[in-house]
Design a protein around this ligand. Structure first.
Ligand code: FMN
Length: 212
């Protein structure tokens, strides 16, 4: 059986903080399911927001000094994705929002490499704002033909640091269930492909810009 790989994106400025701890729980469970994974940290250096210049259409993002182009070059190597962010003012971190805007805009106009690949989002927070953050991040998947993988509860762990996250037993269980659901869906897609079932063609996107 061809090996399956998942890329786990850490959208926190902390390399080994709460998001990392939650993603590590997912990585451990995926490994137990025979699925490889790696954590991709977006870093803590300035990450520009999309300036809507259109340079990336058919090419690369105009901002060459951060990690967005490095990330998009990796998409084809992975079968599934988990995007994780800390909650900052009841939304994704500023850097993660910039990262997601640019990565998904590039993908939409450069061959849709994400389409048909399962994805999930997770959030970590001290207290609240987690579900609003998941609503924000899930929209990228819904816009790009990516099946969204669920768990048994909202994909959130609570904590202000890694140690606190390790005490959130329900949150960690939610991460493990999410990882097993991701593994199941990836294996189903792989088995389907072998049986000749491929992701549907959707043709060019008609954009009417609400002009009547
Ligand atoms: C700028 C900023 C805003 C934050 N806003 C919230 C918030 O709205 N709700 C909340 O529960 N925690 C909030 N927090 C706390 C973080 O979400 C929490 O510590 C998170 O788990 C940290 O994850 P990390 O260690 O991976 O960065 C905020 C933290 C920062 C730095």
């Amino acid at each position: 059986m061809e090996s399956l790989k998942v890329l786990l994106v850490n959208g926190s400025p902390h390399k080994e903080g709460c998001v990392y701890t939650a993603l590590s729980e997912i990585a451990k469970t995926l490994k137990a399911e025979g699925i490889q994974s790696e954590i991709f940290w977006i870093g803590n250096q300035p990450l520009a927001g999309c300036i809507g210049c259109g340079t990336c259409i058919g090419k690369r993002c105009c901002f060459r000094k951060d990690i967005v182009n490095d990330f998009t070059a990796l998409i084809d190597e992975y079968d599934g994705f988990v995007f994780g962010t800390p909650v900052h003012y009841s939304g994704a971190s500023g850097s993660m929002t910039s990262f997601m805007d640019r990565v998904f805009f590039i993908d939409e106009f450069n061959g849709e490499h994400f389409a048909g690949k399962p994805a999930a989002t997770i959030a970590t927070c001290r207290r609240s704002g987690g579900t609003a953050t998941l609503d924000q991040l899930n929209k990228y998947m819904a816009d790009c033909n990516m099946p969204i993988v669920p768990s048994q509860y909202w994909n959130i762990v609570h904590g202000n640091n890694a140690e606190e996250v390790l005490n959130d037993e329900e949150g960690l269980q939610t991460m493990r269930v999410l990882a097993r659901n991701m593994a199941w869906l990836l294996k189903c897609i792989q088995a389907g492909r072998k049986a000749g079932i491929t992701f549907p063609e959707h043709g060019p996107h008609t954009m009417t810009n609400f002009i009547r």
